[in-house]
Design a protein around this ligand. Structure first.
Ligand code: UD1
Length: 362
C-alpha cells in the first residue's frame, strides 16, 4: 500500500518535513510505502534543493519537473504527469497548503478514487483575485479529510457543509518545523559584511503578483518603506519573479540590501533577529506570530486572521498612512507581543500521524 505526499513549492517543503518524520517514526506506517512527490513547481537550488537538505526531507521518489508557466500550464502539466504515476496501491494522497501543485494532485487523486487529506484546510481570504484562494476552495471541495490550523478554519468548513467528523483541528505543521530548527538557525554570511546589528534591521519579502506586477507601485512602496524605516537597513531576499525588475529596485536606496532567495535556516535566523518583518506572504505571518516578531503585511486581507487577532501581525495593504502608522507604533515601542495560537506547539505532525493511523486502520 502506498501513501503519496505532494509538495511542489517552497512553503510546501516546510509543511511536509516533520510530517514525513512522524509517519516514518510511527510503526503502523511501516507497512506503507510513503512516496514523496515533488512536482517541480519550484526548481532552483535556493527555492527547492536547499530546503530538502536543511530540513532533512527524504529525496523525492518522483520529481515531475513541471517548472514555471501560466496557471493553466502548471496545473495541466502536473495533472498529466501525476496521472502517469498513479496506481491501484495508493490508499491516500496527502496535499498541503494552497499552491498550484496542491490542487492539481488533489484533482488527479480524486479522479482515481484515492482519498485526499488536505493539510491547512479551511482557511479563506475571500479574495478570489488570489490564485491560492481558488486553489483552497477547489481542494477543500474534493478532499476527504481536513486538517486545520485554527478554529476559524473549522468554522469555514462546517459552513460549507463538511461533516464535522472529517475535520481535525491539529495546529500548524510549519510551526513544528520552526520549533525543531530554532537551535540550528544560521547567520547568513552577509550579516557581518553589511554590519547588520541584531534587532536593528528590517526584513522584507514581496512576491505576490498583486505587489510586483506594477513597477511604479512597487517602486513607490519601497520608497515609502525606506522613508519610514529611517536609517535602518532593509534586507530584501528577492523571489525569482522580481529578477527582471532588479534594476528598478536596486537604485532606490543604499539601505536596501538585495539578496538571492535565502535558505530556510538563514531566513528564519534573520526573522528571529530583525526589528520588524514586512511581507506579503501568509506563512511568514504565522512564523512571525510564533516568534513574537512585529509583522507588517502588505495585503488588504488575510486567510490567517488569528495572526492579527492574537498574533503580531497588522495589515496595511497598499496604504501609505497605515504603513506610517505601523512604523510610528514600532518606534514608540507599542507593538503588540501577541500570543501563540492554540496547538501551534510543535506537535501537529504527531497529531496528524495518529489521526491518519486511526483512519487507515478502519
Ligand atoms: C508560489 C505559490 C505561492 C507561494 C509561493 C512561495 C501558487 C499559485 N503560488 O508562488 O502561494 O507563496 O510559491 O514562493 O502556487 N521561479 C524561478 N525558479 C523557481 C521557482 C519560480 O525562477 O524555482 C520563477 C518563475 O519565473 C515563475 C515565478 O518565479 O514564473 C513564479 O513561480 P510560481 O511557481 O509560478 O509561483 P510563486 O510566485 O513562486
Amino acid at each position: 500500500m502506498i501513501i503519496d505526499i505532494i509538495s511542489g513549492a517552497r512553503p510546501n517543503f516546510v509543511k511536509i518535513a516533520c510530517l514525513i518524520k512522524e509517519l516514518k517514526n510511527n510503526k503502523f506506517f511501516n507497512k506503507f510505502k510513503i512516496r514523496v512527490i515533488h512536482t517541480g513547481q519550484h526548481y532552483n537550488n535556493n527555492m527547492s534543493n536547499i530546503f530538502f537538505k536543511e530540513l532533512k526531507i527524504p529525496r523525492p521518489d518522483y520529481n515531475l519537473n513541471v517548472g514555471s508557466g501560466t496557471y493553466a500550464f502548471q496545473i495541466g502539466s502536473i495533472m498529466q504527469k501525476y496521472e502517469k504515476i498513479i496506481n491501484k496501491k495508493i490508499v491516500l494522497c496527502i496535499v498541503v497548503g494552497d499552491v498550484n501543485s496542491t490542487l492539481a494532485c488533489a484533482l488527479i487523486a480524486k479522479q482515481n478514487n484515492i482519498p485526499v487529506a488536505h493539510i491547512e484546510a479551511g482557511i479563506r481570504s475571500n479574495d478570489l483575485t488570489m490564485p491560492e484562494e481558488i486553489n483552497r476552495i477547489l481542494t477543500d471541495s474534493i478532499s476527504n479529510y481536513f486538517f486545520t490550523t485554527s478554529v476559524t478554519a473549522n468554522k469555514n468548513l462546517i459552513q460549507l457543509g463538511i461533516s464535522k467528523k472529517n475535520i481535525y483541528f491539529v495546529g500548524n505543521t510549519m510551526i513544528d518545523t520552526l520549533k525543531e530548527n530554532l537551535n540550528s538557525l544560521k547567520k547568513p554570511s552577509f550579516f557581518n559584511k553589511f554590519l547588520l546589528k541584531e534587532y536593528n534591521y528590517i526584513l522584507l519579502t514581496i512576491h505576490r503578483p498583486s505587489n510586483t506586477k506594477n513597477l511604479n507601485s512597487l517602486r513607490l512602496l519601497l520608497e515609502n518603506i525606506v522613508k519610514f524605516s529611517k536609517l535602518n537597513k532593509i534586507i530584501f531576499p528577492c523571489h525569482p519573479r522580481l529578477k527582471k525588475n532588479m534594476n528598478v529596485i536596486k537604485n532606490i536606496s543604499n539601505n536596501i540590501i538585495i539578496t538571492n532567495p535565502l535558505s530556510y535556516l538563514e531566513f528564519n535566523f534573520l526573522l528571529l533577529k530583525c526589528k520588524v518583518i514586512i511581507t506579503d506572504s501568509g506563512g511568514i505571518t504565522e512564523e512571525a506570530t510564533f516568534l513574537h516578531k512585529p509583522c507588517i503585511t502588505l495585503r488588504e486581507n488575510t486567510e490567517r486572521p488569528e495572526t492579527i487577532e492574537i498574533g503580531t501581525n497588522v495589515l496595511v495593504g497598499n496604504s501609505k498612512n497605515k504603513l506610517k502608522k505601523a512604523f510610528d507604533e514600532l518606534d514608540r515601542g507599542l507593538w503588540k507581543r501577541g500570543k501563540i495560537p492554540a496547538k501551534w506547539d510543535g506537535k501537529t505532525s504527531k497529531r496528524i500521524s495518529l489521526i491518519l493511523e486511526r483512519i487507515l486502520r478502519n
